[in-house]
Ligand binder design. Structure first.
Ligand SMILES: CC(C)(COP(=O)(O)OP(=O)(O)OC[C@H]1O[C@@H](n2cnc3c(N)ncnc32)[C@H](O)[C@@H]1OP(=O)(O)O)[C@@H](O)C(=O)NCCC(=O)NCCS
Length: 243
């Protein structure tokens, strides 16, 4: 029967699918979200060196925020995994089916004793088209893009990511995004066009994308206000046919 989770590995003890980063980061794996991630997630989301560069998290980030977030992303991941399990029955001889999401997204550092710690997150989602300045046009593009079938090569995806400050600057996120693109996004989601919208001045984040072949298209101002502060954004763009 075709292995529809390819190329995810399976943890023999827990049955959990995962991707492992290549050396020298082989102790970092990318897994689905887990029940129990809430307290570490909350700790990271209350760190200004992380939340200060991302739009979503409320401040302060409360236990109930972590509960609803982990539930949401776990449901998304479970739905993708369930679809792939069912696809193995529906298409026993293949081909591999396209999906609209990455079921593995959480970076975890595996310790010598085999336990692991949540250290980050990386995810593809349908693009919010922040770079389109006219609001009506932006909304139309978002809606059209959101309706497209998984695997449609015209879908514009956006990447969001963060990693614990204790692990910054070691090349981990560069490797994680590279792996997620080549092992999952491109072959299993049919990703052909990806953008990232970073806050102006997020040099480290821009570098991570540039090191993965994204082109820096420069700054734009769509009037964004985050937690009461105006934010100018940088557009980074990757297209498969230009890679
Ligand atoms: C952005 C972030 C994900 C990067 O992860 P990381 O694992 O530290 O990134 P890497 O180590 O793979 O690469 C960082 C690169 O930026 C460079 N860099 C970082 N800060 C820099 C600075 N202030 N000036 C110049 N270069 C800088 C590093 O030198 C490295 O580039 P190099 O390999 O060419 O030397 C991480 O810093 C983070 O989580 N920040 C907070 C949340 C965030 O910004 N998320 C992204 C939202 S768009």
């Amino acid at each position: 029967m075709t292995y529809q989770l390819y190329p995810l590995e399976i943890n023999p003890k827990t049955g959990e699918p995962f991707l492992r980063l290549a050396a020298p980061h082989q102790n970092i794996i990318i897994t689905p979200p887990r029940q129990g991630d809430q307290s570490m997630h909350m700790q990271h989301m209350n760190d200004p060196a992380i939340y200060g560069w991302i739009e979503g998290p409320p401040t302060p980030y409360l236990p109930e925020d972590a509960d609803s977030w982990i539930q949401l992303i776990k449901e998304e991941s479970d739905a993708t995994l369930e679809y792939l399990r069912k696809s193995a029955e529906d298409f026993p001889n293949g081909p591999l089916q396209f999906v609209g999401a990455n079921p593995v997204r959480n970076l975890r550092e595996v310790k010598e004793d085999g336990t692991d710690v949540l250290i980050g997150d990386v995810n593809f989602r349908r693009s919010p088209f922040e770079e389109v300045l006219a609001e009506v046009e932006r909304k139309r593009l978002r809606e059209d893009n959101a309706k497209k079938q998984a695997g449609d090569p015209t879908i514009q995806y956006a990447i969001g990511d963060w990693i614990a400050v204790s692990h910054h600057g070691r090349g981990i996120m560069t490797a994680a995004i590279g792996l997620l693109m080549t092992a999952w996004g491109i072959p299993r989601m049919g990703v052909r066009h990806v953008v990232a919208h970073t806050f102006a001045g997020n040099i480290g984040s821009n570098r991570v994308f540039e090191k993965n072949g994204f082109v820096n298209r420069g700054l734009f101002d769509n009037g964004k206000i985050v937690r009461g502060e105006k934010k100018v954004l940088t557009l980074l763009e990757w297209k498969h046919d230009q890679a």
